[in-house]
Design a protein around this ligand. Structure first.
Ligand SMILES: [Zn+2]
Ligand SMILES: [Zn+2]
Length: 169
């Protein structure tokens, strides 16, 4: 669960231990969703009228295509979160790092803030390996799987050094 009754919170802080599934409707078109679900843990508490503080941890697996060879890649992502959530009556409502909540709601829904924090934490550039060779620009083959047979563009000076007659044996 990532929703908390506001009146309960006013009386007592609550432990957060929930998941935000990949299929949750909070995700928007084009979001880099996590694989499976995000795990969210921590503690949420009231911090004055219309103010709530969440301190905790986010953990998930980012998925993308390798930017060089386009193979699927996964990368574990962890982030510490310290979020202030305020309703519109607060002086802080306009501040950039503060999440706005609807004072008419009876529940504090952490999902919109978790979604944004995930999008910030997930890497936007992923490669399957720093040594990834990428795709052949001529035939499109994945060069990590072996030579594709295309003639590499070799500096012509190297030809003078090549052994003559490769079938000497
Ligand atoms: Zn790659
Ligand atoms: Zn090729």
């Amino acid at each position: 669960m990532l929703s908390f009754d506001l009146r309960d919170l006013a009386a007592q802080a609550s432990r957060v231990d929930g998941e935000l599934p990949e299929s949750d409707p909070i995700w928007e078109e084009g979001d880099a969703r996590p694989r499976g679900a995000l795990r969210v843990t921590g503690r949420v508490s009231a911090a004055g009228p219309g103010r709530f503080y969440f301190s905790g941890h986010l953990e998930g697996v980012a998925t993308a295509s390798c930017r060089r060879c386009l193979e699927p890649v996964e990368e574990p992502v962890k982030a510490d979160l310290h979020l202030l959530l305020v309703d519109g009556s607060s002086d802080e409502a306009d501040e950039a790092d503060v999440y706005l909540i609807d004072a008419r709601e009876r529940e504090l829904d952490l999902r919109p803030a978790i979604r944004e924090e995930w999008l910030l934490a997930a890497p936007s550039y992923m490669v399957c390996s720093d040594a990834c060779l990428g795709l052949c620009p001529s035939c499109g083959a994945n060069k990590n799987l072996g030579a594709c047979g295309c003639t590499p563009a070799v500096d012509p000076r190297w030809h003078a050094l090549s052994p003559v007659g490769g079938d000497a044996r």
